[in-house]
Design a protein around this ligand. Structure first.
Ligand code: ZN
Ligand code: ZN
Length: 415
C-alpha cells in the first residue's frame, strides 16, 4: 500500500487540540499530513467537515497500533487492498470513518497507463513475482507481460497508486527508461480499483508483443538493435512535408483497430492478430513499398518497435516508427492533424477520442451506419470482434454469416 504526504497550506490548518498535530500548530508551519494506506482520518483536518463531526472526531480519536486512528463515533468501514478487512497488525490495513471515505473518494482519480521498455532481463520470472506483488499491493488492475526482452503493460487505478507503481518500477535500473503514456480511466469501484479492467494479470511470455518471431529480435540495454528510425509527431510532419505522397503509413495493428481510426491513406494489413504480420509481410503483398519511406504506427509504439525491425529484415529499405505511437501523436495534434477517428484500446473503455470533434469512420457490420463501437460476434463460441453500432448491438462475423447462409441454403433444399 502507499503513503501520501500532503502539504496543506497553513491557512487551512485545523485548530489543534493536542495529539498528532499540536506541534505543527505551535510552529505555525504548514501541516504535513501523512495518509497511511488509504486511511488516517481527515475529520478534524478537513475544514469542509461540519464542526460537530470534526469535534467528535478529534475528541474520540486515539492511536491504534501506532499508526491507526480509531473513530468510535462513526459507522466504521474497513479497508485493505488484500481482503477488505481491517487487521491491526497489517500496516496496509486501515480503519476509515465515513467522512474519510468520502474525502478519499474525492481525492481519487482514475488513470490508465500504457508503458513498455525493451531491455534484456535475465530472470523474467523474478521480475513477474515482484511486479505482481507491487501492482497487487497498490490495488491496480490490468495486464503486464514480461519476457527476456523487456516489459509491456497497461494498468489502471487511482492516480496516487499508479504514480507510486511507476516510481517503484523505475527504481529498477533496467526499467529507468520506461516509456509511459497516461489517459483517463472510466472510474474506480468502491474498493478503489479500476472499472476498466476485470482483474490483474502479470505473465511471462516468449515475447512482450506476440509476433511469433522471438528469435528475430536483438535487444540491448539501449533497446532493439536495427529497428526503424524513430519519428516524433513533429518529425513525421516534416517527413510528409518534404517527401509528400511518396510516404506510406503502415498500420501495425489489427484490422479491427484500424476500422475505427487510422492515419489518412494508411496501408491496413489484413490481420486479425499481431501473430499474422510475419506471414502477411512474407506474402509479397507489400513488396511495392520496399523502396518507399514507410511509417509504421500503432497504439503506444511497442508493436512498431518489432514490426519496423521485421520489415527491415525483409528488405524494406526506409522504415520509420512513430515514437510513442498514436497516443503521443494525439496528445500533440489531437484531431487537427493526419489522424482520423477513434483510438481502439484493449480495456473496457473500448476506444478513446482525442477531441470532442473526432471523426466517426467505423461502419457497423449490421446496418452499415457510422459508429466507433466494437463488440463480440453474436455466436457465443466465437472470439471475433466487430464494429457494430448500439442499435444493432450484436452481429455475426464473416465466418458465422457464411455459416448461417450455408445453413439457410441447406434448409431450403431440405424443404
Ligand atoms: Zn448497426
Ligand atoms: Zn463469429
Amino acid at each position: 500500500m502507499y503513503r501520501t504526504r500532503k502539504s496543506l497550506p497553513a491557512a487551512r490548518m485545523p485548530r489543534a487540540r493536542g495529539g498528532l498535530d499540536s506541534s505543527h500548530a505551535r510552529s505555525g508551519k504548514p501541516l504535513v499530513m501523512t495518509i497511511v494506506g488509504r486511511g488516517g482520518c481527515p475529520a478534524g483536518y478537513s475544514p469542509s467537515l461540519p464542526a460537530s463531526l470534526s469535534d467528535a472526531c478529534q475528541r474520540e480519536r486515539r492511536p491504534v497500533s501506532g499508526k491507526h486512528i480509531r473513530l468510535p463515533h462513526q459507522r466504521r468501514e474497513f479497508s485493505s487492498p488484500l481482503n477488505n478487512r481491517f487487521r491491526p497488525e497489517d500496516p496496509r490495513s486501515v480503519h476509515r470513518c465515513r467522512e474519510f471515505r468520502s474525502y478519499d473518494q474525492q481525492m481519487a482519480l482514475a488513470k490508465i497507463i500504457l508503458y513498455y521498455v525493451f531491455t534484456p532481463l535475465t530472470d523474467p520470472t523474478a521480475v513477474r513475482l515482484w511486479q505482481r506483488d507491487l501492482a497487487e499491493s497498490l490495488n491496480l488492475r490490468g495486464r503486464v507481460l514480461i519476457s527476456h526482452d523487456g516489459i509491456n503493460g497497461t494498468l489502471g487505478g487511482d492516480i496516487r497508486a499508479v504514480k507510486r507503481y511507476l516510481r517503484k518500477t523505475r527504481d529498477y535500473p533496467a526499467f529507468k527508461n520506461l516509456d509511459v503514456k497516461w489517459s483517463d480511466g472510466s472510474g474506480l469501484d468502491e474498493g478503489g480499483a479500476s472499472l476498466d479492467f476485470p482483474k490483474l494479470s502479470v505473465k511471462v511470455r516468449d515475447e512482450i508483443v506476440s509476433f511469433g518471431a522471438p528469435g528475430e529480435l536483438h535487444v540491448t540495454s539501449d533497446g532493439i538493435v536495427g529497428g526503424g528510425t524513430r519519428l516524433s509527431p513533429d518529425a513525421l510532419h516534416d517527413l510528409i512535408a518534404t517527401r509528400g505522397d511518396e510516404v506510406a503509413f503502415f498500420d501495425g495493428r489489427n484490422a479491427l483497430e484500424a476500422a475505427i481510426g487510422r492515419f489518412q491513406n494508411a496501408v491496413i494489413p489484413d490481420v486479425n492478430t499481431t501473430r499474422e504480420f510475419v506471414t502477411e509481410l512474407d506474402s509479397g503483398a507489400y513488396d511495392h513499398l520496399k523502396h518507399h519511406p514507410v511509417v509504421t504506427y500503432c497504439t503506444g509504439g511497442v508493436r512498431c518497435e518489432v514490426l519496423s525491425s521485421l520489415m527491415l529484415n525483409r528488405g524494406f529499405t526506409e522504415v520509420y516508427q512513430l515514437d510513442g505511437g498514436i497516443v503521443r501523436y494525439g496528445e500533440r495534434y489531437g484531431d487537427s492533424g493526419l489522424w482520423q477517428g477513434s483510438l481502439y484500446v484493449f480495456d473496457k473503455r473500448g476506444s478513446i477520442d482525442f477531441s470532442p470533434h473526432a471523426a466517426v469512420i467505423g461502419e457497423c457490420t449490421g446496418c452499415g451506419g457510422p459508429t466507433k463501437r466494437t463488440g463480440n460476434c453474436r455466436d457465443a463460441s466465437c472470439d471475433n470482434q466487430l464494429v457494430v453500432c448500439e442499435r444493432c448491438d450484436r452481429a455475426l462475423c464473416d465466418r458465422h454469416t457464411a455459416e448461417q447462409l450455408k445453413q439457410v441454403g441447406v434448409d431450403r433444399v431440405m424443404q
